[in-house]
Design a protein around this ligand. Structure first.
Ligand SMILES: Nc1ncnc2c1ncn2[C@@H]1O[C@H](COP(=O)(O)OP(=O)(O)OP(=O)(O)O)[C@@H](O)[C@H]1O
Ligand SMILES: [Mg+2]
Length: 259
């Protein structure tokens, strides 16, 4: 009943292994079962999106994988400690973009003399070269999420957990960040577990889409997405599969009487 971060030296077959995980929270009428017997693996280098209606338990599951909370039953193991990125950038406003990244490098044990260069490299990776000295309030929403992505990458994890990181962005900025994330994923070989309630975003990004049902959250269905990258959110095959998934999602929502 715990999340285990497997050490780098040990060989692991999966980037994340979620086995029979359930999670309950105390509610007004006793324990409320939020996640029920979830089993899910993320393979090394795989990009998986976790899709589901609002309140179905996506963030709860991601937090369990991140080790921020413990499952009520079942177990989770990951290939090293994962990096986590949220909808809100959670950057320190009194630090510059560069210093926000350097702080993550410092916490990761990178030597002082190497931090500046590495931070510049990471800013270049997210196409923010030249923004090292900018303060958070000087950056647009999209730029802040780029810095947050660079900071997550600074943790040098093999698994990146993303909780609706682009949900607050306008459509064009979000499209651009989809392109950047797909490129970075291909360049780094990272494993990604990406949470969203946006079906098209899930299909645009993932190799595999896992749909969670609501109340309680269970794995309802999953789809393998064989559409070649780079995809566009408006591509016909993306739209077609999104429609199919939306129908199933609607059925799930109707069944649980949420709307
Ligand atoms: N710490 C907690 N204590 C009690 N209940 C909680 C706690 N965290 C989450 N919940 C409940 O668990 C359920 C799932 O919440 P969660 O935030 O995981 O959903 P979600 O799928 O991420 O939703 P959204 O798409 O709106 O972000 C909700 O009913 C929520 O109220
Ligand atoms: Mg959430």
């Amino acid at each position: 009943m715990a999340t285990t971060f497997v050490k780098a030296a040990e060989s692991v077959e999966q980037a994340a292994r979620i086995e029979h995980v359930s999670k309950s929270f105390p509610g007004p009428g006793g324990q409320q079962l939020v996640l029920d017997d979830i089993s899910l693996d993320v393979a090394p280098g795989e990009f998986v999106t976790l899709l589901g209606a609002s309140g179905c338990g996506k963030s709860t599951l991601l937090n369990l994988v991140a080790g921020l909370d413990q499952p009520s039953a079942g177990s989770i193991s990951t290939d090293g400690r994962p990096a986590l990125m949220f909808q809100e950038h959670a950057l320190f406003p009194w630090l510059t973009a560069g210093k926000n990244i350097e702080l993550a490098l410092k916490l990761g044990g990178v030597a002082r003399g190497e931090r500046r260069g590495r931070a510049e490299e990471l800013l270049e990776l997210v196409r923010l070269q030249g923004s090292y000295g900018k303060r958070v309030h000087e950056l647009s929403g999209g730029m802040r999420q780029r810095v947050a992505m660079a900071r997550a990458l600074a943790q040098d994890s093999r698994l990146l957990l993303m909780d609706e990181p682009f949900a607050a962005l306008d459509a064009i900025t979000r499209d651009l960040l989809h392109d950047e994330l797909t490129r970075i994923w291909a360049e780094t070989g990272l494993s990604v577990l990406f949470v969203t309630h946006n079906v098209r975003e899930a299909v645009r990004l993932a190799q595999r889409v896992v749909l969670l049902s609501s109340r309680p959250g269970r794995v309802a269905r999953e789809w393998r997405v064989d559409i070649p990258q780079p995809r566009r959110i408006e591509d016909a095959p993306v739209a077609e599969l999104s429609l199919e998934i939306t129908e199933v999602l609607r059925g799930e929502i109707r069944r649980h009487g949420q709307h």
